[in-house]
Design a protein around this ligand. Structure first.
Ligand SMILES: *Cc1c(COP(=O)(O)O)cnc(C)c1O
Length: 343
């Protein structure tokens, strides 16, 4: 794959903004380069534009290199940047599965990029040949999500590999829920696939949705493109410090994941016993997709009881289904009690 050929011309020719802190990385005696206020340390200083300390921790944890990591304001940022770097508005297109994570299509629409959808099958699996058939010479990006949202299942590994091997643009594999099934991550194979971008996030297993921190892993060449077009100081000082604190104590994440997986098993058992449940779909994530008789009615009933789940009944292949996040024991009990009262 030739990255140069995939890139939009204006991005290829772009001379990026160079911030004061891009030009110097060590510890200086005095900083008089960025028109900062000398008072109110440490918030007076611009943050590290490349978040080196955070990336070193992540590289260590994920057994990858600092150069293969991009950090953004949630996964939303790399999704948007990839589209803006590689897709010419009104001309190029990207391919997604249906259903999948809603942000891919929204980000494409904002950027005026055509979205081509390939339906999953009735088991929520992906037919790689059908997916590849949707591509033409203007197909620059393919978005896959595994485990998939809102279906919860992992996408068959062979299909993903086939698409990475045969699609002629970049394949973006969103692994937002991978901490719940770490053995299925493609990250150890990143070097093998020069057109692969893997997205992960601090919003789910890491319990940090509030700080907005998303990760993209890819070849150094792709990461350099993202760095070139991002806002110079895209992650603020507070986010970077919080992320470091958390990364220094990652036992906590593992404990949370274990607890959530235990609760998921229990919740799934309780949901399937309800007379109006038709099916609890198998899930590799921290949520359950549940098909119910009159899902919309149950959704409304839960709202009246101040219990909020996600109504997915209008989503392709998810008719009459609710997406329920696995909470802690108390939260799940409140849900199950309310549903039992409905019987
Ligand atoms: C929740 C989720 C994310 C996380 O997005 P952030 O912007 O990092 O919070 C990304 N992808 C999928 C599929 C998700 O479900």
């Amino acid at each position: 794959m030739e990255l140069e050929k995939l890139l939009r011309k204006n991005i290829k020719n772009l001379k990026p903004y160079s911030s004061a802190r891009d030009e110097f990385t060590g510890e200086a005696l005095v900083y008089l380069d960025a028109n900062e206020n000398p008072f109110n340390s440490p918030y007076n200083r611009y943050p590290d534009p490349l978040q080196r300390k955070v990336k070193e921790k992540i590289a260590n944890l994920k057994q990858t290199s600092v150069e293969s990591i991009f950090l953004g304001n949630g996964s939303d940022e790399p999704i948007d940047l990839l589209i803006r770097a590689f897709c010419e508005p009104g001309e190029d297109n990207l391919i997604i599965t249906d259903p999948t994570y809603g942000m891919f299509e929204v980000a494409a629409n904002i950027n005026n990029i055509e979205v081509r959808k390939v339906s999953l099958d009735e088991k929520y699996q992906l037919n790689a040949d059908e997916f590849l058939k949707k591509a033409n010479k203007n197909s620059k990006l393919a978005f896959l999500c595994s485990p998939n949202n809102p279906t919860g299942n992992s996408i068959n590994k062979d299909s993903i590999v086939k698409i990475i091997n045969e699609f002629e643009g970049l394949v973006i594999l969103d692994e937002a829920y991978i901490d719940f099934v770490p053995e299925k991550s493609f990250l150890p194979n990143l070097k093998k696939y020069s057109n692969l971008v893997i997205l992960q996030t601090f919003s789910k297993a890491w319990g940090m949705a509030g700080i907005r921190l998303g990760m993209a892993f890819a070849s150094q060449e792709i990461i350099q493109v993202l760095n070139k077009i991002k806002y110079p100081y895209n992650l603020n000082v507070l986010v970077q410090q919080k992320a470091l604190d958390l990364l220094n104590d990652n036992n906590q994440k593992d404990k949370w994941v274990k607890e959530i997986l235990k609760e998921k098993k229990q919740l799934s058992k309780q949901l399937i016993e309800l007379p109006f449940t038709i099916k609890v779909f198998p899930s590799d994530a921290n949520f359950l997709l549940v098909e119910m008789h009159n899902a919309r009615g149950i959704y409304d009933y839960l709202i009246e009881n101040k219990i909020i789940v996600r109504d997915r009944s209008k989503v392709h292949l998810c008719e009459n289904s609710l997406r329920i996040t696995v909470g802690n024991k108390e939260e799940n009990d409140i849900l199950i009690n309310a549903l039992n009262e409905l019987i």
